[in-house]
Design a protein. Structure first.
Length: 324
């Protein structure tokens, strides 16, 4: 073989061999990370996303962009993330409605279990049963006794037809075997106003909304719906310790990515959320909102979502609620 030709052939083979090597995996994140919030600006989920975003941006070394996509009981935002590239750069900030929609909407454009991967639960806030002071009850036991003595007469206000307050109230009604008439309102504020004015007997709502009215006697706290007492009202017992062991109903918030996102990206995001939630600049503002940081691993959060869907599905199928 001609020496020059041999050298050229060897060089060509080297180049071809180099080109055939797999490209090195691109480190995550390679670009800005989007937090899709399926609620309007200013609400609890939006505030949660904006509170944790600066810490996540610093930890990830990339910008974090908040994108509000409200509508259709969070379905619009969910569909956006379900159709985003499966690279972990787009996350959906979600609430219990994520586990409710499959049972109340006939034409959901995605499957919450198949089309998403859990990243982490981020935080939760307990709910509380508060009554108008004219109602002659101070404990869960007394409330249940009154409701049984006056079936179908007592009323309870909730912020929405299928929100966390409605689900918690329905769980309580089922556990206590009582008949109380639900009155849905277009938000927490009007539901609160109705109870303060004596138009409804009680409210199942956020602790943060009720707590300012308890010291003055305008509302009476009966029990919180979470498994443990809340720091905001440490003297108020839980429903579980008031005769219904195991009762636990909360408003919770988390983040999911499109299914198929790289496991390394999911794990990195989950770990950084967990670290961010322990920072004073994140933890303290959330505490003022009545939110308790509650990070989970991706596997734990996937299992949690499935449990929530099982529980909510039983309630909603029994009620036959539809929002189509």
């Amino acid at each position: 073989m001609i020496p020059g030709f041999q050298r050229s052939a060897s060089a060509l083979l080297a180049v071809l061999s180099f080109c055939a090597l797999p490209a090195p995996a691109q480190e995550f994140p390679a670009k800005a990370v989007r937090f899709v919030v399926p609620f309007p600006p200013g609400g609890t989920v939006d505030t949660l996303a904006r509170t944790v975003a600066p810490a996540m941006s610093k930890a990830l070394g990339q910008s974090v962009v908040i994108e509000n996509r409200p509508g259709a009981n969070t379905v619009i935002g969910g569909e956006l993330v379900a159709r985003a590239p499966a690279d972990g750069h787009t996350l959906l900030f979600m609430a219990p409605s994520f586990t409710v929609n499959p049972f109340v909407q006939a034409k959901l454009p995605f499957d919450p279990l198949k089309d998403f991967s859990g990243v982490t639960r981020i935080a939760y806030n307990p709910l509380i049963i508060c009554v108008h002071p004219s109602l002659p009850v101070k404990t869960v036991k007394e409330l249940v006794a009154l409701a049984r003595a006056r079936p179908g007469e007592l009323t309870w206000g909730v912020a929405s037809v299928i929100g966390g307050g409605r689900l918690a109230g329905e769980m309580f009604k089922d556990a206590a075997k009582i008949d109380i008439i639900v009155v849905p309102y277009g938000g927490g504020a009007p539901a609160m106003t109705a109870v303060l004015g004596g138009h409804t007997s009680m409210l199942v709502g956020n602790v943060l909304d009720c707590s300012p009215h308890i010291p003055s006697g305008k509302m009476r706290a009966i029990a919180v719906t979470s498994a443990t007492r809340t720091e905001a009202l440490p003297n108020v017992p839980t429903i579980a310790e008031s005769g219904y062991p195991g009762f636990d109903a909360i408003n919770w918030f988390g983040a999911v990515a499109r299914a198929g996102a790289p496991r390394g990206a999911i794990d990195r995001l989950s770990a950084e959320f967990a670290r961010a939630l322990q920072l004073p600049e994140v933890k303290e503002p959330l505490g003022r909102l009545g939110l308790t940081p509650a990070a989970m691993t991706p596997a734990e959060f996937d299992a949690y979502i499935r449990r929530e869907m099982d529980v909510n599905g039983k309630i909603l199928k029994k009620l036959n609620l539809k929002i189509d």
